[in-house]
Design a protein around this ligand. Structure first.
Ligand SMILES: [Zn+2]
Length: 303
């Protein structure tokens, strides 16, 4: 808890005591986690899988939306931007195609997966290309980590990747100020994350069908909205500022798997409890442990 409190204090000091005469704050770090299913312009796995026919299109669009967010962060006054490639193998974006002012975390496995590198030194988190939690209606590629996890609950609250990742950032006192993706994940994130700015770039008609913005329009909107969200957070002008997702500890994480055999595998983790045939539960001392348990169970489910 001490680290989390310190992170929140850092955030408050950065954003309330440092504005320059122009009203802009400088000297803060932004963390960008980029996924792929919620990028504008495509819905099909041939564009999202490394073996897919149109994968080059998907990774290009993902890179360009991320570049829009990087540019927005620097325009808002950030001096450091860290980008984490968070989709599948986690080496989709080609570093030389990214805005050279950012540094990139690429590859897998990583203990903190989609949030590797997050700590209390960051002022804000931005999610790009996100998708809805598993078992959501009219959502493009709704899932949580993979197709085997049907439901994940943190302290009884249903979440997807957006929620697990926001709660991990919240452990360090860092707020998630922006999310883009399909309209389903935008609704879910707004329900959970205080004051988040959510930008839908496509409306799911089903798992693999959507009405989508043109990719260039999506990038322009992301650039404007990310900059606005970061500037709002800096000046605290909003009546409902973005705040970290804080969970009470210990954190109970409950996971429903597709098959009872997968729950059998999850029971290899010391301390794991069997709730029912396909549901397991783990009481973690804090969100860093709960997060790693979630990744471990997702991985065990594939064996
Ligand atoms: Zn994902």
């Amino acid at each position: 808890m001490k680290r989390a409190s310190y992170g929140l204090l850092t955030f408050l000091l950065t954003f309330t005591l440092a504005p320059s005469t122009s009203g802009q704050t400088t000297g803060f770090k932004v963390y960008i986690s980029s996924d792929m299913e919620g990028i504008a312009g495509f819905v099909d796995s041939t564009q999202m899988s490394a073996t897919g026919r149109d994968y080059d299109v998907g990774r290009k669009y993902m890179t360009e939306e991320t570049n829009a967010a990087i540019a927005a962060a620097f325009s808002a006054g950030a001096t450091e931007v860290v980008v984490n490639d968070s989709h599948g193998s986690q080496f989709n974006m080609k570093p030389h195609e990214l805005d050279r002012r950012a540094v990139i975390i690429t590859g897998s496995p990583k203990p903190f997966g989609m949030m590797q590198g997050i700590d209390a030194s960051f002022a804000a988190v931005v999610f790009i290309g996100y998708h809805a939690q598993a078992s959501t209606t009219d959502a493009v590629h709704d899932h949580t980590y993979n197709s085997h996890l049907k439901s994940v609950r943190l302290n009884g609250r249903e979440v997807g990747e957006y929620g697990l990742n926001a709660a991990l950032a919240g452990h360090f006192g860092v707020p998630v100020v922006f999310i883009s993706g399909d309209s389903a994940v935008c609704r879910q994130a707004k329900d959970l994350i205080p004051g988040i700015e959510a930008l839908p770039v496509k409306e799911g008609i089903g798992q693999t069908a959507a009405q989508t913005l043109h990719p260039e329009v999506a990038r322009e909107k992301i650039r404007a909205a990310v900059q606005a969200a970061l500037e709002r957070a800096q000046t605290m002008k909003t009546t409902k500022p973005a705040g970290p997702v804080k969970l009470t500890t210990p954190v109970t994480i409950e996971m429903e798997l597709a098959l009872s055999a997968q729950a059998d595998s999850a029971m290899m983790v010391p301390g794991m409890k069997r709730v029912s045939g396909r549901v397991v539960s783990y009481e973690a001392p804090d969100m860093t442990v709960a997060y790693r348990i979630s990744r471990l169970v997702a991985r065990l489910a594939t064996t």
